[in-house]
Write a protein that binds this ligand. Structure first.
Ligand code: MF3
Ligand code: CO
Length: 265
């Protein structure tokens, strides 16, 4: 069942989402060549704790067959698609790193992802990042009461495939509320006019994973890290959004601050 949230509940989700957006801003100057993924993890953990929040990722276990997630953040470098473990490995100039952050604040969860270029990246990487961010924006632009989840998926898929990129099928967005993962499941591909009809008060993530090559993925033996099957780059941007009376509110507004011209140097 998809829960509809009232104004007071949306306010709680907005506060959690705002905190997530501020974490991306805090990280921006720190995501640079030489920094360890574990250092970024610790910075975020301290920032969340100092803000009265906690990570809904740490210790998360989708089933008894999966080990508890060992980090506060997911950090997915280059061909890693999602759920990269923030190990001691260090970022190098030319990498791209998707940092996925959740915050639980006052019992409400916010969830978002931003893929940072590290130092100077290749023109091909830059193009992938821009396109992946465009795919998220195209999906968000379809969110309105009376619209369909299929409209969201189709818009993302059309733009990604126009660029010649692959859209990951096996992993999707999800409802967000008091829990990190609620209904509905949000596919990043699909057909217009199909799927769940959107209603005011629905809250969910849109988080397309866009691959430079084919859409196929593989799971590493650590039980978490998802990589592209062909070894090509992947990028992900994510927002938590709420369906409003006349459209959509982005609850994790990192886009207000994150421009790559401001990010370089
Ligand atoms: N944004 C990701 C998701 O929606 C992050 C999950 S990380 C996990 O699934 F560790 F909590 F699984
Ligand atoms: Co998510």
């Amino acid at each position: 069942m998809v829960t509809l949230r009232n104004g007071r509940e949306i306010e709680g989700l907005r506060l959690a989402g705002d905190l997530v957006a501020r974490v991306f801003e805090m990280l921006r100057p720190r995501v640079r060549p030489g920094v360890g993924l574990d250092e970024l993890d610790r910075l975020v953990e301290e920032f969340l704790l100092a803000s009265g929040a906690e990570s809904p990722y740490r210790g998360y276990r989708p089933s008894a067959f999966v080990p508890p997630f060992p980090g506060t953040i997911c950090a997915s470098v280059n061909e890693q698609v999602v759920h990269g473990i923030p190990s001691r490995s260090k970022l190098r100039g030319g990498d791209v790193v998707g940092i996925d952050i959740g915050a639980r604040l006052g019992g409400w969860v916010g969830d978002a992802c931003y893929t940072y270029p590290v130092g100077e990246v290749s023109p091909a990487a830059r193009k992938l990042l821009n396109a992946a961010r465009g795919c998220l924006e195209a999906g968000v632009a379809e969110v309105r009461p009376g619209g369909r989840l299929g409209d969201v998926g189709a818009a993302i898929q059309e733009l990604a495939e126009f660029h010649g990129y692959g859209v990951v099928r096996e992993i999707g967005g999800h409802g967000v509320g008091r829990k990190l993962h609620e209904e509905p499941h949000v596919e990043h591909f699909g057909r217009r006019g199909r799927g769940l009809r959107l209603r005011e008060g629905m809250v969910f993530t849109i988080e397309p994973m866009i691959n430079e090559g084919g859409p196929e993925i593989r799971l590493l033996r650590d039980g978490w890290t998802v990589v592209t099957a062909d070894g090509n780059l992947s990028a992900q941007y994510e927002h938590t959004v709420a369906v409003t009376s006349d459209g959509c509110e982005i609850l994790t507004p990192w886009h207000r601050h994150m421009t790559e011209s401001a990010a370089s140097a």
